[in-house]
Write a protein that binds this ligand. Structure first.
Ligand code: CP3
Length: 355
């Protein structure tokens, strides 16, 4: 494998010195880019992009052709695991993800099989190998998965949900079935992420998009406990280098101390928490990734720069900050505004690092 030409992202995750603060954007390959929309229509649909390693590689690299990003993220989706478990993922235009089958009873949970990464999710592993080879050491490649709790919400609801009615009912009425589901998902996520690491992912992120919807008590038992189990089962060193793990619980700001105790190297933060306050709460335990409100990108470049400057100042001098959005970039954003954001991070962060 070629030498990494830009390792700022991996260094910042390990809280090592960097020249400027590294930056990438959640959902950086996506519908705000005209070249993405074009590739998707050529592929027919979204899963047609994910399942073809050359196409997945092409869209992974699109944002890197436009912007000086410090990391690439695998183009795929968190719902590949439930799909491989036999639930039948499909996307209805404008409706978000749906499953043909959903998980309703303890017998449904009992029948679920833990997918084998190479056998059942080989298209993802092949995409990772293709992207690593095409990147040729430009920047590191991030692999990812959903958290068990977040995946369970889609599996029990049969798709996206506003109130998680069925999932919450299962959690409180049939906690043993919910624990069995989460346990199977934790095993699946562990081997899926280890498969991605063996295939070439140089850091991995767990997206716990819906963890913040739980009570403090339920978050510990039904989300964090399973992420902790995953972290303890991951390959942490590959090809002579540490493979950092990032946990992102959206709306998890109240529980940062316990998330920082999970064994992860870094925490992803949404924009509801102040960066400096988060840093003083976690101390030197973990690096922090975040946390600009993605809707700031609707404003003009001058306002975007001001917000970037404010967050950099709030984190302050020293190591351990990866700049990112607090959630995914939205389809309505002007690509030039995304460019202004990335440029601002690199330009304005130099004063916080030693030359
Ligand atoms: O960041 C990247 O560029 C890599 C690709 C990526 C996608 N999904 C591609 C995608 C990543 C990291 C994800 C993660 C994901 N998927 C999450 C966790 C992160 C988050 O946003 O909270 C979740 C909850 C999903 C599930 C999912 N996939 C939903 C709810 C939707 C529909 C809503 C939407 O954003 O369109 C998807 C579809 C999806 N995944 C698209 C992309 C680019 C849009 C598909 C399209 O219409 O082209």
């Amino acid at each position: 494998m070629p030498q990494l030409k830009n390792d700022r992202f991996l260094r910042a995750l390990m809280r090592e010195p960097v020249d400027v603060t590294p930056v990438w954007m959640m959902r950086q390959a996506g519908r705000y880019l005209p070249e993405y929309r074009e590739a998707r229509s050529r592929a027919g649909d979204f899963m047609g992009l994910c399942m073809n390693p050359e196409r997945a590689c092409e869209v992974t690299l699109q944002p890197l052709e436009r912007y000086p990003l410090d990391a690439a993220i695998l183009f795929s989706d968190i719902l590949t695991i439930p799909d491989a478990m036999g639930l039948g993922l499909y996307f209805e235009t404008g409706e978000g993800p749906r499953f043909r089958k959903r998980i309703d009873t303890p017998a449904d949970v009992e029948a679920l099989k833990v997918p084998d990464p190479e056998q059942d999710l080989g298209y993802v592993m092949n995409a990772v190998r293709t992207i690593r080879s095409e990147l040729n050491g430009r920047v590191p490649l991030i692999g990812f998965s959903g958290s068990p709790w977040t995946l369970a919400t889609y599996m029990v609801e049969g798709g996206s949900s506003k109130d998680f009615r069925k999932t919450k009912a299962m959690l409180y009425d049939q906690p043993e079935a919910m624990h069995q589901l989460l346990d199977k998902l934790a095993q699946s996520v562990t081997s899926y992420l280890n498969g991605q690491i063996m295939a070439g992912a140089q850091a991995v992120q767990i997206f716990d998009t819906w963890g913040g919807n739980l009570s403090a008590d339920a978050y510990q038992k039904f989300s964090l406990a399973y992420m902790r189990k995953i972290v303890s089962g991951l390959i942490r060193e590959h090809d002579g280098r540490r493979v950092p793990v990032i946990l992102f619980t959206k709306n998890g700001g109240l529980w940062l101390e316990s998330i920082a105790d999970s064994g992860a190297d870094a925490l992803g933060l949404d924009w509801t928490i102040d960066m400096g306050a988060a840093r003083s709460r976690v101390g030197s335990k973990v690096a922090l990734q975040g946390n600009m409100d993605p809707t700031v990108l609707y404003a003009k470049p001058a306002a975007i720069r001001e917000e970037v400057a404010r967050i950099l100042k709030s984190y302050g001098k020293g190591n351990g900050h990866v700049f990112n959005l607090g959630h995914g970039i939205t389809p309505e954003v002007d690509p030039a505004h995304a460019g202004a954001f990335i440029e601002a991070v690199h330009e304005l962060s130099a004063i916080y690092h030693d030359p």
